[in-house]
Each structure stands twice: as C-alpha cells, then as structure tokens.
Write a new protein. Structure first.
Length: 286
C-alpha cells in the first residue's frame, strides 16, 4: 500500500489532483489532502480522503502532516516571494518523514528561462535535487484558464490587446496538468524525471481571439502593440505600474517562445491527447 499526499488540495489544481488519484484507482483512505483550512475540503473528507492541516510557512505543522506518506505532490504555493523557504520547509519535513518521492509543479524550462516567475521554481528544483529524495519535476505550461478571466471585457471591447506577437502558447486546462500529476504519482518509471508539460496544438493570441469569437458569438480580434504601448494601455485601465510591467513581461516572454513546448510529455502522462483550446474554452464558459 502506498500513501499519497497532495499539498494545496484546497486550490483547484491540488483538488483536481486528489480526485484524479481516486479516478486512477487509489483508495481515498490512502490519500492525504494537505491544506491550511480543512473546512475548505469537506467534500474530500466526505469521500474518505484523510485531511490534515499543513502550512508551508509553519514548519511545526509539517511532521504530523507528512507522517506515513510515501509519495508527495508538492503543489507550488501562491505566495510569490515566499515560496523558496516555504517549499524548502516541505522538502525538509518530507525527508525527515521518510517520504520516498516528491513530484513538484514547476514552470516551463525553469532552469534556463528568463520568465519572471521562474527563479523560485528553479531554486525549489535545486532544493529537491539536493535533498536526495527521488523527484519528478512537472514543469507545467500555462493554464488556459489564465486567459479566460477577462472574457467579458474582451466581448465588450471586441479585442484582446497584447504584445505577444505570434508567440505560441502550449496551454492546457488546469485539469489536464493535474490529471498528469496524478498519473506521475501512481505510475512507476518517473523517478528523477523532468517533464516539460504543454498542451497541443499550441495557439497564438490570434488563435485565442478566434476561439473566443466562436465560443461567445461575438467577434473578438487580437491587436498586437509594443511592450511600451501595452504598459501604457494597462496603466490607463487602472493597473499599477508593477502589475502592468509584470503582465507585459509575460507577453514579451510569450513572443520569445518561453511558453511553447512540443515535448509530448503531457500527452504521454495523460495517455491521451490534451484538451484542445476550443473544448477548454467551452467547458470553462459553461
Ligand atoms: N501554470 C500556470 O498557468 C499557473 C497559474 C497559476 C498558478 N500556478 C501555480 O500552480 C499552483 C496551483 O494552482 P492553483 O490554480 O490551484 O492555485 P491557487 O488557486 O492559487 O491555489 C494555491 C493553493 O496553494 C495553497 N497554499 C498557498 N500558500 C500556502 C501555504 N503557505 N501553506 C499551505 N498551502 C498554501 C492554497 O491554500 P489556501 O486555500 O489555504 O489558500 C491553495 O490550496 C499555484 O499555487 C501556483 O504556484 C500555475
């Protein structure tokens, strides 16, 4: 019997990873959902999943949380700037608890990319390697959901404004990446592997606009602008300069190809094609 644990199980990624483990045939009682607030995952407890309290920032919570765990999915935290010490706390506690393998949700080409979000992932990957625990690094591509929070605004203006040019994004719905993470936990042969996970076919922002037009019945076009123009546009609609710069840097990275991969790793882990853009949009807008 293997005991699996998933951190961040109160977030959509971790929650989906837990349900994917159950769908893959793991007994709910062999799964530990690690959360800061147990009441957020009452539905998992109701299915028989063990729910334990764990805060990445509070090392004292981690030994009990990880007791008896064999295989751990460390879902990267959401508190940008604090994640290296937080993730290191979890890795250290996992080592002390005798966890035999840790899968970690990282970022595309975390060790070499110029993506602004990557340094914390790179440092976590290094901590994982240094721990001596077997690892599986899941370098998740961009969630398609990242592009769907502003659909109403796109419909109202009839355009998506960006500086991503014809950059290709190997996006997939979050659920695909979570299902792949569960597969990497339950299958053998993923020890000390690094996967570049991306959806296929990749899409440009022009493709995204076309797919949103079809899905919403409203014509939406992609309008490419320079990075400086994008910063000014974003500030003009009320974003602070830090956020405007961050969003623009992501577009510049997209144009550079930082969010593209044709590795096929996601599809191999899923054992199927990843969900196409149009299907992901339809499901999200339902
Ligand atoms: N590839 C992408 O496009 C993409 C996009 C967004 C995020 N991400 C990364 O993927 C991760 C999972 O995605 P998601 O959509 O589920 O993110 P999310 O909705 O932000 O959920 C983050 C999860 O991390 C937990 N968490 C944060 N800080 C914690 C701490 N100090 N101790 C314990 N748990 C903590 C949260 O717990 P609470 O419920 O207690 O807050 C929540 O369960 C994110 O955290 C982020 O690192 C990737």
């Amino acid at each position: 019997m293997t005991t699996y644990a998933v951190t961040g199980a109160s977030g959509p990624f971790g929650h989906h990873a837990v349900t994917s483990l159950i769908e893959a045939g793991v007994l709910a009682s062999d799964i530990v959902a690690l959360v800061r607030t147990p009441s957020k995952v009452q539905d998992l407890a109701d299915q028989g999943v063990q729910v334990r309290a764990a805060d990445y920032s509070d090392a004292a919570t981690l030994p009990d949380a990880l007791a008896g765990v064999d295989t751990l999915l460390l879902v990267s935290g959401s508190e940008v700037g604090q994640r290296v010490p937080q993730h290191t706390n979890v890795i250290d506690a996992a080592k002390a608890a005798g966890v035999s393998r840790i899968a970690y949700t990282s970022a595309p080409r975390a060790d070499t990319t110029e993506l602004a979000l990557a340094p914390e992932h790179k440092a976590t990957e290094e901590a994982l390697r240094a721990s001596g625990i077997a690892f599986t690094i899941l370098r998740n591509g961009w969630y398609i959901e990242n592009y769907l929070g502003q659909v109403e605004q796109y419909r109202a203006t009839g355009e998506i404004v960006g500086a991503a040019g014809d950059g290709l994004v190997s996006g997939a719905p979050r659920a695909d990446f979570a299902e792949a993470a569960a597969a990497a936990l339950v299958q053998s042969g993923h020890e000390n592997a690094v996967y570049e996970l991306g959806g296929a076919p990749a899409f440009t922002m022009t493709d995204l606009a076309a797919a949103l037009s079809t899905a919403t019945g409203t014509t939406i076009v992609y309008r490419d602008v320079t990075p400086d123009e994008l910063v000014a546009t974003l500030e003009g609609v009320g974003l602070d300069s830090g956020t405007a710069g961050f969003v623009t840097a992501l577009d510049v990275a997209t144009k550079r190809g930082d969010l593209f991969t044709d590795s096929g790793d996601l599809q191999r882990l899923l054992g199927r094609e990843s969900t196409p853009l149009a299907d992901a949009i339809a499901a999200a807008l339902k």
